[in-house]
Design a protein around this ligand. Structure first.
Ligand code: PDD
Length: 284
């Protein structure tokens, strides 16, 4: 079934929506994005995604293309127009289009694109088995806190994981894990402490990460924000990743070595349950 997508003020059949070949998102990856989950036709963590969108836009000096109220209305309308019960909303803002030049004009009109992806977000079968990761050298640019569409390195790294028969990567810089290809990485020590890298420009400030840390603390799980090594992750009781599309996904092996008992751990499962319950209650 063809989707209705949003492009700069127009609702169009997906085959009819066209962006200029001079768009700086296309030529320079000069664009930022957000991915928001939808369950039961409602937006999960909308406030967090909208706030991070503003931070990313402001980091690159791209004006917000529509008001806060209009942005929420567009999210609701794209869900309605596509009859989206469950899945994802992808939103991208690029700086806009003009003749190719490294120096850009200050007054470009941003390009705003939104589309939906229908998919079963709940009941992910991998939640039962967990995923395997390989370690891979960190090679992305240094401003990883900005959610830009420069995803080539992450995409190639994930392809390497697939080639190796694994599901994803743990990106490693100076011996320490930064994050997964498109999710934040966490471990639970044998003492039951949730360890996660503190926020910095080394990693994306995941919306799911923030909520899971809050919920963990409320559930009595001690949380320590510090970087961890590959060795520490392999020796941990549990590991998991968080993102808007996978929520809390257990990691059961790292470079072929089982984490804990090599199956999803209790803390990860509990956090997944708590996360879903809490976020469904606050979906809008
Ligand atoms: N990715 N780190 C990176 C590099 C990411 O791309 C993502 C999300 C996250 C998790 O952030 P959040 O919890 O806000 O989704 C961390 C999305 C899902 C994607 O690119 O599809």
């Amino acid at each position: 079934m063809s989707r209705i997508v949003y492009l700069n003020g127009a609702w169009l059949e997906e085959t009819e929506a066209k962006v200029s070949v001079f768009d700086r998102g296309f030529l320079f990856a000069d664009a930022i994005y957000e991915v928001t989950a939808v369950i039961g036709g409602k937006l999960i963590e909308y406030a967090g995604h909208a706030a991070r969108l503003k931070r990313s836009l402001s980091a690159l000096g791209i004006p917000q293309p529509v008001s806060d109220e209009a942005l929420l209305a567009l999210h609701r309308e794209i869900v309605a127009r596509n009859g989206l019960a469950e899945g994802l909303i992808y939103l991208q803002v690029s700086r806009g289009a003009e003749d190719r030049d490294f120096v850009f004009s200050g007054d470009l009109a941003p390009t705003l694109v939104m589309f939906t992806q229908a998919k079963a977000v709940l009941g992910n079968p991998k939640w039962q088995t967990g995923i395997s990761v390989i370690t891979w050298p960190e090679g992305r640019w240094v401003n990883r806190q900005v959610k830009t569409v420069q995803l080539l390195y992450s995409s190639l790294a994930k392809m390497e994981a697939k080639k190796a028969g694994a599901d994803d990567v743990f990106l490693v810089e100076d011996g320490l894990v930064t994050e997964a290809s498109s999710a934040n990485a966490h471990i639970v020590t044998k003492e039951g402490v949730l360890v996660t890298r503190p926020l910095s420009n080394a990693l994306l400030h995941g919306i799911t990460r923030g909520s899971v840390l809050d919920l963990a603390a409320r559930a009595g799980v001690p949380v320590e924000e510090r970087a961890f090594s590959v060795q520490e992750a392999q020796d941990a009781a549990e590991a998991f990743i968080t993102s808007a599309s996978a929520f809390v996904m257990p990691v059961v092996s790292i470079d072929g070595r089982p984490v804990g008992e090599g199956r999803p751990g209790q803390v990860s499962r509990r956090l997944l349950d708590i996360y879903i319950e809490d976020r469904l209650a606050s979906a809008i």
